[in-house]
Design a protein around this ligand. Structure first.
Ligand SMILES: *[C@@H]1O[C@H](CO)[C@@H](O)[C@H](O)[C@H]1NC(C)=O
Ligand SMILES: *[C@@H]1O[C@H](CO)[C@@H](O)[C@H](O)[C@H]1NC(C)=O
Ligand SMILES: *[C@@H]1O[C@H](CO)[C@@H](O)[C@H](O)[C@H]1NC(C)=O
Ligand SMILES: *[C@@H]1O[C@H](CO)[C@@H](O)[C@H](O)[C@H]1NC(C)=O
Ligand SMILES: *[C@@H]1O[C@H](CO)[C@@H](O)[C@H](O)[C@H]1NC(C)=O
Length: 480
């Protein structure tokens, strides 16, 4: 009662409150009752629309009935409501009629009057007629629009369930660059999540992971599947990667993943594996090692700097090619496209997100080579930290979500992996109000981890494509 009083006082801004007061002359009790009635907004409608190819059910000798179970607005777990079919193929719908009260939303006429709190989610699952539960996290909808709103038209929420496919698939294709002859023709892999083969209506956020070769994609496929199906901690996404960097006479990975040129030293005799045929003593620090190169053991060669060409190739040639191969089922608009990587890949991912905020909405930079480039005197230039995020693209930007991590054991005064990563996080927040720690920008110092050992493929997808529900392990079917 106390709480209701407080809420009632808050809504005195609504016009009807004053009307109610004048119509009622018998004191405070009466005013409260009038207030609450005046606030009720009935006849609100939420329409859940399910798109799913009926043929999948027919092929399994199942009837094409689908059911919904959920919480709130008259739905209760284990109390299936059938989805009424309006006659259009592959489409099921249910209209949830409900009312808004001061303390939340509830169904006026139904038996299960679970009330959804004002900021709550309606969560639900779709079942087939033989009670096969959908795979993955609950679907969910934030019901709340505005406390003061008296009416809104039917709102539709689309669901794309899948019931039978628990494994994603990996494919590869050669994709040529018609604009960059140095890039030429390279193999790209793409991971398609479990529902891809089953629900042809579903589309997916897409992540470029340049270092993720089709071979590694296949090796790690089970762990991607597990994120979406087993743990159900993220909605399904598509991953696109290559690691096909080969170039004659130079290190293609350095060439394509670095946004600016740098200096690489080569041995006069021998190579890195034998310390230039013994010219460099065995027991030296990272910086001393480079100084021996500079002071007689090796010679400098300019390398790298084609990162932006490679990004152009990925965005303008690779994505459209894979879009074609997947019947337009990739979502690659700015809010749906991410990029991630580790080491030089982390540098390129952060460079891409910072300099192309209208192309990339999110991504991760792990153990990133923020020290790049090494200069001729063997100092490291920290170009991304000292120039890119300090001098370019400052100020407000469209919302982005960025995850940065580095291993605790990576710190070395020469490469400054840990301190540079920390400075990058601080500088991003200082130079763009859009970045807020633990809301749109995450930083992890991975304890006792060395360079790149905080798993390259542990991509924190739950930060970028979180379930629509609050439930984190909803995939486990309830015992019936
Ligand atoms: C409820 O809303 C529908 C349209 O969404 C309208 O046709 C109907 O008249 C409304 N009913 C009441 C009781 O307001
Ligand atoms: C469906 O039914 C047909 C005819 O009874 C049968 O031949 C087929 O094997 C069944 N399919 C499945 C997946 O059970
Ligand atoms: C429902 O039917 C599918 C396809 O025939 C089958 O795989 C599944 O085990 C069945 N589920 C239940 C709960 O009987
Ligand atoms: C190698 O480096 C360590 C630590 O810097 C030092 O204690 C050790 O004496 C060095 N060994 C040789 C053979 O130079
Ligand atoms: C670049 O950043 C590094 C690391 O923060 C710093 O040591 C160095 O002095 C900076 N260089 C320039 C030219 O600002």
């Amino acid at each position: 009662m106390e709480i209701k009083m407080a809420n009632a006082l808050n809504v005195k801004v609504i016009g009807v409150v004053f009307v109610a007061y004048f119509l009622c002359s018998t004191g405070q009790q009466c005013v409260e009752a009038q207030l609450e009635r005046a606030y009720v907004r009935s006849n609100l409608t939420l329409r859940i629309v399910v798109r799913y190819p009926e043929i999948e059910l027919v092929n399994r000798n199942l009837s094409t009935d689908l059911f919904i179970v959920g919480n709130g607005l008259g739905l209760a777990w284990n109390d299936p409501q059938q989805l009424k079919r309006p006659g259009s193929p592959d489409t099921w719908t249910i209209d949830l009629k409900f009312s808004g009260f001061l303390d939340g939303y509830a169904c006026l006429e139904c038996i299960h009057k679970n009330t959804l709190p004002v900021n709550g989610h309606l969560e639900y699952r779709i079942l087939t007629n033989n009670r096969t539960d959908m795979i993955g996290p609950n679907h969910g909808i934030p019901v709340h629009i505005s406390k003061l709103e008296a009416y809104f038209p039917v709102r539709e929420h689309f669901s794309y369930p899948y019931f039978f496919s628990r494994h994603g698939s990996v494919h590869a294709s050669a994709i040529a660059s018609s604009i960059d002859p140095i890039i030429g023709n390279r193999i790209w892999g793409y991971y398609l999540p479990p529902s891809y083969s089953e629900n042809s209506y579903k589309t997916y956020k897409t992540f470029l992971v340049p270092d993720l070769s089709p071979v590694y994609m296949e090796l790690y496929r089970f762990s991607f599947d597990d994120i979406f199906v087993g743990q159900a901690i993220a909605e399904e996404v598509v991953l696109v990667g290559s690691e096909d960097y080969s170039l004659p006479n130079s290190d293609g990975r350095v060439t394509f993943l670095t946004p600016t040129p740098g200096i690489q030293y080569y041995c006069y005799n021998g190579d890195w594996s034998d310390n230039c045929a013994g010219c460099i003593p065995a027991n030296v620090t990272g910086k001393e090692y480079m100084e021996y190169f500079r002071d007689g053991c090796g010679y400098p060669v300019e390398v790298g700097g084609q990162g932006d060409d490679y990004l152009n190739y990925m965005v303008n040639e690779v994505l459209p090619a894979i879009q074609l191969l997947t019947n337009d089922r990739l979502r690659i608009s700015r809010d749906n496209l991410g990029i991630g990587g580790c080491s030089l890949g982390g540098l390129l991912a952060c460079h891409a997100m910072w300099t192309r905020p209208n192309t990339f909405g999110m991504g991760w930079c792990k153990s990133s080579s923020f020290w790049w480039p090494t200069e001729i005197n063997v100092d490291n230039g920290f170009h991304f930290l000292n120039y890119t995020i300090k001098e370019t693209n400052l100020g407000p930007r469209a919302p982005q979500r960025i995850y940065i991590d580095v291993g605790e054991l990576e710190e070395d005064p020469y490469y400054a992996q840990v301190s540079a990563a920390l400075s990058v996080v601080d500088t991003m927040m200082t130079n763009s109000p859009q970045f807020r720690l633990d809301e749109t920008l995450w930083f992890t110092l991975a304890s006792e981890q060395t360079h790149g050992s905080a798993n390259l493929y542990d991509s924190n997808l739950e930060l970028f494509e979180p379930p629509q529900s609050t439930c984190r392990s909803c995939s486990k079917p309830k015992p019936s």
